[in-house]
Design a protein around this ligand. Structure first.
Ligand code: BV8
Length: 241
């Protein structure tokens, strides 16, 4: 199947890649769902919500600062690096869409990433006074959690129940509508509206390829399911490009 998929990729002029937490798993960044869970007894859906932040901002920040410390120590893996090289592949336009907020695609050298759910290294005023700050992984951990206007600062990510940025979602939708091949890597395909993107591509007769260590609700609807860790499957694909 790897050979067939490599042929599809070689023949494609537009490629869209959609990644989820699974592509960062081999960098030591825990995924959201599945056995390991994420943090203490909480699920992402418990903490990544405006209500949780309104009720317990300090707890939600504790979770994000714990994730930041872990991600700052993590390094991009071969899966991230293959995608960064694919984006520089002259033969095709490659659009990288990621649900991840860890920033590892950029650190792997990806020239551009559409960060569908934001980035936890960016903070903004929770009262939308306009302040946005870009923290750096190598800087000491953030201690100031208050905006100059007195409100809380919050991670600049999309929480459950919050809409995605309309322009971002439109760019992502256009990318999958125009794609000849959509590569879906390391996502459980259960969070909407992003989980609907491969379906949009399928209706436009794009080839859908899934790279995952497990089955997902998308698996029955893809043209190829490459079972295995992204950091070993993607290099195998790259070898044949
Ligand atoms: C919206 C950012 C509407 C924060 C995230 C009830 C109330 C409100 C909304 C809803 C509701 N019911 C449904 C919804 C919609 C909801 C939703 O889809 N919920 C799901 C749970 C059913 N969606 C939303 O709320 C979205 N907004 O609908 O707004 C609206 C419109 C107008 C006005 C107001 C509102 C917002 C969704 C975004 C939520 N934010 N994250 C943060 O990260 O801190 S979501 C979170 O899950 C992550 O960001 C990630 O993006 C997302 C998906 O997870 P995955 O990346 O797929 O990770 P997961 O752990 O699930 O899976 C890992 C996969 O990798 C597995 O398949 C595993 O097998 C595989 N894997 C593991 N290791 C490897 C591997 N694969 C390859 N190699 C490996 N080594």
């Amino acid at each position: 199947m790897i050979t067939e998929v490599s042929e599809w990729l070689r023949g494609a002029s537009q490629i869209a890649v959609l990644t989820g937490a699974g592509i960062s798993a081999e960098s030591g960044v825990p995924v959201f769902r599945g056995h390991s869970g994420l943090w203490r007894q909480f699920r992402a859906e418990d903490l990544a919500t405006p209500d949780a932040f309104a009720r317990q901002p300090a707890l939600v920040w504790e979770w994000y600062l714990w994730r930041r410390a872990l991600i700052a120590r993590a390094t991009p893996n071969e899966g991230h690096r293959v995608l960064a090289r694919l984006q520089q592949h002259k033969g095709a336009t490659v659009t990288l869409l990621s649900q991840n907020v860890d920033g590892l695609h950029r650190r792997a050298g990806s020239p551009s990433v559409i960060e569908l759910h934001g980035n936890l290294w960016r903070v903004r005023c929770a009262d939308d006074c306009g302040l946005v700050v870009h923290d750096v992984e190598s800087d000491p951990p953030r201690t100031n959690l208050r905006c100059r206007c007195g409100a809380w600062l919050r991670p600049d990510v999309v929480w459950f129940g919050e809409p995605l940025d309309a322009g971002t979602l439109q760019r992502a939708t256009t990318a999958v509508e125009q794609a000849d091949v959509v590569l879906v890597v390391g996502t459980s395909a259960v969070v909407y509206p992003v989980a609907a993107l491969p379906e949009i591509a399928r209706r436009r007769r794009a080839r859908i390829v899934e790279v995952n260590i497990d089955e997902t609700p998308l698996t029955p609807r893809v043209d190829a399911h490459l079972r295995g860790p992204a950091a070993s499957i993607l290099p195998q694909l790259e070898e044949q490009l």
